[in-house]
Design a protein around this ligand. Structure first.
Ligand code: AKG
Ligand code: FE2
Length: 339
């Protein structure tokens, strides 16, 4: 049975048992809960999600192995200068997230709102996606890394298709409804490492490991280690953040700006950030421990033109947006973070 008891909801993120969706025992109830969470806070934890834990552990191990390499090795697969080609390795400070105070705020940030992030990342996608060719390490460097990324990409791709089926049922649409919009599998697997830094670096009240932002795409699957620090903005109290702590065995799923728009603003793309809530005492002073996370950003096929999802608009709630292609929308957003 899916959870039908009163929900522990007070602005916090719901936990939904995905098991009854996977085994078919109560697909509609799970679908409704996921969509409810997306509408209220834009984030949901899924447990019994179906991604094997050993695959997750292995991807985190690969991530650590990569980021443990000397900088000159990591730089052998460099992220291109242009933000529009979002693949390869980005050194700390390379990406500058445009700080946002609430989702949908497209106003250009002023100089002091743009912050160089203290994080490094590696991006990859489906092999053979011509618009975003992968950037791999040369033969002999990190053997096995490429296969591990490609394998995990497929595992997450399968997972996101299940989530789209659930969202379709939540909207009372045929469960295959969203799949043709994702037939080209244009997702992005991101390995993220927030290095250990002296606590003083992040002491400033405005400093973050990743500043407040919303994701651009349709949905993001997020796996985090046990360090914590992720927070979402409470939309009822803008500027106030609610911790989204790691929950063992869970997969966090959040909606991005494109899905908010596609759903005629019925789903929320919530602003979130990563702070550093704890430090450890070391001989050289207070240090923030390293943190690893693995977001998997999903995007609908970039060249298709998408209109508001059926059921999200009516005579009393007209469409707020004209049809648009995800490519046109998302690439513009990504490019703005690299210059
Ligand atoms: O590291 C995290 O937990 C969140 C990362 C994130 O929000 C992002 O990469 O968009
Ligand atoms: Fe994000």
């Amino acid at each position: 049975m899916a959870h039908t008891s009163p929900k522990p909801f007070s602005g916090a993120v719901h936990t939904v048992d995905f098991g009854p969706f996977r085994d078919g025992s109560d697909r509609q109830a799970v679908a409704n809960e996921i969509l409810d969470s997306f509408k209220s806070i834009g984030f949901v934890y899924l447990v019994n999600h179906g991604i094997p834990q050993d695959k997750i552990d292995s991807m985190f191990q690969w991530s650590k192995k990569l980021f443990d390499q000397p900088m000159e090795v990591k730089q052998l697969a460099p992220h291109p200068q242009s933000g529009a080609h979002h693949r390869g390795y980005s050194a700390p400070g390379r990406e500058k997230i445009q700080k946002r105070t609430h989702a949908g705020d497209d106003s250009a940030p002023s100089g002091d709102e743009v912050q160089r992030d203290i994080k490094e990342s590696f991006e990859s996608g489906r092999e053979g996606y011509a618009d975003q060719p992968n950037i791999w390490y040369p033969e002999g460097v990190l053997p096995g890394f490429k296969d591990a990324c490609l394998d995990f990409y497929e595992v997450c791709d399968e997972m996101q298709r299940e989530i789209w089926k659930a969202l379709a049922l939540g909207f009372n649409l045929p469960q295959e409804y969203f799949l043709p919009f994702h037939s080209e599998s244009q997702n992005q697997l991101r390995l993220l490492h927030y290095p250990s830094v002296p606590a003083a670096v992040l002491e400033d009240k405005d400093a973050s490991r990743i500043p407040a932002h919303s994701d651009y795409g349709s949905i993001t699957l997020l796996l985090q280690d046990d360090i914590g620090g992720l927070e979402v903005e409470d939309s009822n109290h803008p500027g106030t953040y609610i911790p989204v702590p790691p929950v063992a065995g869970s997969l966090l799923v959040n909606a991005g700006d494109f899905l908010m728009r596609w759903s005629n603003d019925t789903i929320k793309s919530t602003v979130h950030r990563v702070r550093a809530p704890q430090y450890t005492e070391t001989p050289s002073g207070k240090m923030i421990p390293p943190r690893y996370s693995i977001p998997y950003f999903c995007g609908p096929d970039s060249h298709k033109v998408l209109d508001c999802i059926p059921g999200t608009w009516s005579e009393s709630r007209p469409k707020r947006y004209p049809p648009i292609s995800p490519g046109e929308y998302i690439i513009g957003r990504i490019s703005a973070n690299y210059n």
